[in-house]
Structures are given as structure tokens and as C-alpha cells.
Design a protein around this ligand. Structure first.
Ligand code: SME
Length: 160
């Protein structure tokens, strides 16, 4: 059962605190959005071994799959649909402890048990979302929200 335990919060916060300046430095050195998204997804996957980490970009009124790490995923999500489309619509982070309890959750993989979706803002506008799926229940909490929002905010803070 040990592998089903939720990651210790202190440990998790320390990992994020180490990771954040590393990602900030990566973004400083490469001003291409797709390249930056790809490296952020890779850093998060390597650090936490999440089941799926990636981005969807707002394109032509939909979310379209962008760089990710993990199994293949659906390519388009409409506004207000699923966790991603809802986070976009509400312009706020959504933490889902059990995806089966989230009405309209889009199951790209049956292994996904919990999820966090963080909007990426360019000014006041949501232009993408950062989506992370876990194969365990209740993986994400306020610590993930806090740090992932900081990571997501780096993308455009550094590029404008
Ligand atoms: N579960 C998401 C869809 C994207 S995949 O998890 C990669 C959702 O409900 O929006």
C-alpha cells in the first residue's frame, strides 16, 4: 500500500521550491512557447513522475493538445468541457481528488484517478492550461496549486 500514499507535503513543497528557479532559468534561455512548454512538462514528469503532464493551448475557440509527457491524449477539448475546459471557462485552477466524481470529466486514460488543471494567463486572458493527471486518488492539493500556478505564470511573464 505504501505506493498509494499521498506524497508528503513538505517533501513536495521542497521539490517545487527547487524546481521553480530551474524552470525560470530554462525559460530565460529560450523564448519559444512550445519549447518552454515541452521543457516544463519534462521537468514536472521527471521530478514527480506524474502519470500525464502537459499543456493544451487555446486555438480557434478550443483547447488543442500541446507539448506533453505521458500516454497519448485527446487532441481537442471544447470550452466548458471536462476539467480542462472548465478551468479555462472559469479562469481558475481546478483540483479534482477523484475524476469519477467530476461531472463531464474527459477520460483520456482509464488509469487517471486525480487531476489538477492550472490556467496559463497572458495578461488577463487564459491562453493555455497546464494539465496534470495522477494514477492515484487525491494526489493534488493546495501545495500543488500554489506552485503550479507559479510555474504556469512564468511562461508569459518571461515572454512579453
Ligand atoms: N481529463 C482531462 C482531459 C485531458 S487528459 O486528462 C490528458 C479533462 O477532463 O479535461
Amino acid at each position: 500500500m505504501a505506493e498509494n500514499l499521498i506524497i508528503d507535503n513538505g517533501n513536495k513543497a521542497e521539490k517545487y521550491a527547487t524546481l521553480l528557479p530551474q524552470i525560470a532559468a530554462l525559460i530565460d534561455h529560450d523564448a519559444d512557447l512550445i519549447a518552454n512548454m515541452a521543457n516544463i512538462a519534462a521537468c514536472l514528469k521527471m521530478t514527480f513522475d506524474f502519470w500525464w503532464v502537459g499543456f493544451y493551448r487555446v486555438k480557434d475557440g478550443e483547447l488543442v493538445l500541446a507539448p506533453f509527457q505521458g500516454p497519448l491524449a485527446c487532441t481537442r477539448i471544447k470550452r466548458g468541457r471536462g476539467v480542462c475546459g472548465t478551468a479555462w471557462d472559469r479562469s481558475e485552477t481546478i483540483v479534482v481528488e477523484d475524476v469519477e466524481q467530476f461531472p463531464g470529466h474527459i477520460a483520456c486514460s482509464s488509469a487517471s484517478k486525480s487531476e489538477i488543471v492550472v490556467p496559463v494567463f497572458k495578461g488577463d486572458e487564459v491562453v493555455a492550461v497546464l494539465d496534470i493527471d495522477s494514477d492515484r486518488l487525491a494526489t493534488f492539493d493546495a501545495t500543488d496549486r500554489e506552485w503550479l500556478e507559479k510555474i504556469a505564470s512564468l511562461l508569459y511573464a518571461e515572454m512579453e
